[in-house]
Design a protein around this ligand. Structure first.
Ligand code: ATP
Ligand code: MG
Length: 183
């Protein structure tokens, strides 16, 4: 599944509604220090279900909401939506009749996050599974964060196995088994 569009509003420095078209062949985002390049990558990570505020350089998940500047007041809501092209029909069965999927995550200050897939409210877990099946996702190795290579070199064998399972496309199966065992 190909990401085609990222839409943000009230997320970190992107206070005003912003759209980023992700076209085939897009390889880089360039701009001066502090212009929001990392914030865009973090928006993608967040909408795919990131649960750790620390991995988004915050102390609390509410820190992703625009915190205000001298000229603009803080916001209380942030939304990020990512659009996926499903023309190759690789989405999970219940969504596979759709040509496009739009996954949206919204956070209200003090109240936590909600997710929608094509405008229908969806569990965080299902959004995380959708991306895990597509071998992407908030924690996936498609996003190489600072320090990640060092982590991989020093990782224990069972930590490293997670990466191999993701590469083999069975990450989603492991999370489903874990969920089934908890029931
Ligand atoms: P560099 O080239 O240094 O890596 P960058 O383009 O990756 O820079 P980011 O780290 O994405 O820049 O953006 C940093 C900017 O985002 C800072 O100005 C910071 O104040 C702003 N920022 C981060 N979180 C928030 C927030 N919650 N509200 C408002 N602004 C925020
Ligand atoms: Mg950066």
């Amino acid at each position: 599944m190909q990401f085609t569009k990222l839409r943000l509003s009230g997320f970190k420095s992107f206070v005003d509604p912003t759209e980023l078209l992700i076209e085939a062949g897009l390889t880089g985002i360039v701009g001066p220090n502090g212009c929001g390049k990392s914030n865009l990558v973090e928006a993608l990570q967040w909408v795919m279900g990131e649960t750790s505020a620390r991995r988004l350089r915050g102390g609390d998940m509410d820190d992703v909401i625009f915190g205000g500047t001298t000229s603009k007041p803080a916001r209380n809501i942030a939304t990020v939506a990512v659009r996926l092209d499903n023309s190759e029909r690789t989405a999970p069965a219940q969504l596979n009749d759709q040509d496009e999927l739009e996954i949206e995550r919204r956070i209200d200050r003090g109240k936590g996050s909600t997710y929608r897939v094509n405008a229908r409210e969806t569990r965080a877990k299902d959004v995380q599974l959708l991306f895990a099946d597509a071998s992407s996702g908030a924690g996936s190795s498609a996003l190489v964060g600072q320090g990640r290579i060092g982590w991989l070199i020093n990782a224990k064998p069972n930590e490293r196995r997670v990466l191999l399972e993701e590469a083999a496309g069975i990450g989603g199966l492991q999370s489903r088994r874990h969920e089934a065992e908890l029931k």
